[in-house]
Design a protein around this ligand. Structure first.
Ligand code: UTP
Length: 277
């Protein structure tokens, strides 16, 4: 098992950030002078991931342009000025391979992941939701990968959220605490009411998954009517099939850049970081 591949589902509609997302994918909105997707690619490289597959749609083709080599006229101007401004993008292009799969209809996060089955083959793989930008002492995905390699099992990223916000998230029910940050999961409950929330630990956009998840997604799809295919439902199937699933309490600051407020907070945070650099 090499754990070197990652899926970036980015074919959602971005309704929480309309109207700007009518024309610009939220993954390309700037955090300071870099688009959000830049931080995700950097996190992957820093987590020793080598290949990523972005799930996009027709309106989001622009996302793939960011990872193309710089065009000749711009390159010429920058080299004349001896500018290093694009070095950080060249670094992303040189250290990670990018492929793209089109999701024709927004049939849910589970559907987006399932589309990348052939890309992943039969290995543990990462999933990073580009709405969640996380900064911290160790790249968030690396924190999950270290535990996943150690346990040879699925690990989902969680964070503690105030109870009044818990109903917006998938929440874990803990079977056993392994250490300060690692928990064996008994159950995942999607958007519980406050009184039914089994913990204050909410699933955020980082996962390392067993390839058995693809069969689980197929199973969930069979019992669906017209609703979206949810990744958490397939994780629940994995648990019921006795695959070990762990949750890792990620150490870092997380920003949901899928909303204007979260995006603004991310910008403020990165501006502070830049000042202290
Ligand atoms: P969300 O539901 O949180 O985001 O999907 P969204 O649909 O993009 O935006 P809103 O909620 O309408 O504002 C979680 C992740 O799953 C991807 C999204 O791109 C996001 O990264 N996704 C969601 C897909 O790739 N395909 C889908 O059909 C649904």
């Amino acid at each position: 098992m090499s754990f070197v591949k990652a899926i970036i589902p980015a074919a959602g509609l971005g309704t929480r950030f309309l109207p700007i997302t009518k024309v610009i994918p939220k993954e390309l909105l700037p955090i300071l002078n870099k688009p959000a997707i830049h931080y995700i690619a950097k996190e992957l490289i820093d987590s020793e991931i080598r290949e990523c597959c972005l799930i996009i749609n027709k309106e989001k083709r622009l996302l793939s342009h960011y990872f193309l080599p710089t065009n000749a006229p711009l390159k010429k101007v920058l080299s004349k000025k001896k500018s290093t401004i694009l070095d950080s993008v060249d670094y992303l292009i040189d250290h990670l391979s990018y492929s793209y799969i089109f999701q024709k209809k927004p049939l849910g996060l589970g559907d987006a992941v399932l589309l990348a089955n052939a890309f992943v083959e039969n290995d543990f793989f990462s999933v990073l939701l580009p709405d969640d930008i996380i900064t911290g002492p160790v790249p968030a995905q690396k924190q999950l990968l270290d535990s996943a390699r150690n346990k040879q099992a699925s690990v989902i990223g969680v964070t503690r959220v105030p109870l009044e916000k818990i109903s917006s998230y998938g929440v874990i029910d803990v079977q056993e605490q392994i250490n300060d940050r690692l928990f064996r999961v008994r159950k995942v409950i999607e958007k519980p009411t406050v009184s039914h929330a089994p913990s204050d630990m909410a699933i955020i956009g980082r996962y390392v998954l067993d390839p058995a998840i693809f069969k689980a997604l197929d199973l969930v799809r069979l019992r669906l009517d017209n609703s979206e295919l949810q990744l958490t439902d397939a994780i629940e199937v994995l648990i019921n099939q006795n695959y070990p699933v762990f949750a890792y309490l990620i150490d870092g600051d997380r920003f949901d850049i899928g909303t204007p407020t979260g995006w603004l907070q991310a910008n403020e945070h990165f501006e502070q970081l830049a000042k202290t650099d």
